[in-house]
Design a protein around this ligand. Sequence first.
Ligand code: SF4
Ligand code: SF4
Length: 362
Amino acid sequence: MVMSPPSLPKTNELGFYEMRFDSVGGLGANLAGQLLAQAAVLGQGLNGAHFSSYGSEKKGSPVKSFVRLGPPDRELRTSNPVDRPHLLAVFHHCLLKVAGTLSGLYPDSILVVNVPDAVDDVRERAKLPSGTLAVLNALDIAVQENTRINTAILGAIVKASGFLDPSAVKEAIANSFGKNHPDKVKSNLKTFDRGFNEVKIKEFPFDGRFEPIPTTRYVPPWGYANAPIGGIIINPGNTVLKDLSASRQGIFPLYHRDRCIDCGLCAMTCPDYVFVWDRVTDKGGHTNMVLRGPNLQYCKGCLKCVEICPVEALTEECERPEFRFTGDPQLWGPIEALVDLERDNEPAKWPQEEGAWWRRVG
Ligand code: SF4
Ligand code: SF4
């Protein structure tokens, strides 16, 4: 039964409430937008539209998903991207570093971020001048419930929005998963409920600490008008700046130096050249290549290396706050600490620094 439509808390000059989800392929932002629009239209009687934008290589590539809602008497005749979102959901905190992610936010917009950190810390990282900030560890919830982060983030979005109906969204989730994955309905509904209940929300009035966010659409430095002809790459070596950690879905390969026999199978199997080696001289004066471990900045979490390793020197682990390596290329050293480890199944036998498992080099 469709209840009487809720009034929208804010609208733009065309009378629409607009949302943008910034994500990477594989995290489920497209489906989340679809479910939310479906719930608002079929479950709450609003007018609405949903569409997404993503590249051809889907997993790991940038994805934007847009939801536009209007009152029942206002037709939606535009499918323009949402440049000025009343609610922006960032599906991975690494995207806070990407230029333009927060572009177009109103001073009182709602920002929802999937991040393990406290809400005040996230405000600092995002340099959010004002507005409502909602944070939740959707990755943690999804790993625990064996689901994906999108239904957890949906719970947080619904709670933070203040007008979306949780039961309508849950019905949309149940209908969607019920068709092809009926075994996933219960776990996804629980994931949604946990996102709804565990999100931390805080309002920040403008206090002058951070620059106001530009109201115009972010324009990348290279576009169709000024990109080099033929797609020429004019800054060789630029892949060193790539950060694939946002592609991982809560699981990563943990390296156990004490078990490793330096066979190199993991490096040959890894599709992204993640493994880092070092040349060392052993006690007999021989030079050997020794694996230092995966540089997890470039790891997308496919776990092929875990499968191929013959001695379980790489194990599948859940990402937890103590594994603070994301985006940091200097994670493994010093090499003598790794090489001289005594045989032991514990991964953290060398000195820890700031709660991290690995010592930094340099
Ligand atoms: S999980 Fe292993 S094989 Fe896959 S990208 Fe990461 S390091 Fe490479
Ligand atoms: S496959 Fe396993 S044993 Fe071989 S180098 Fe990689 S981590 Fe070490």
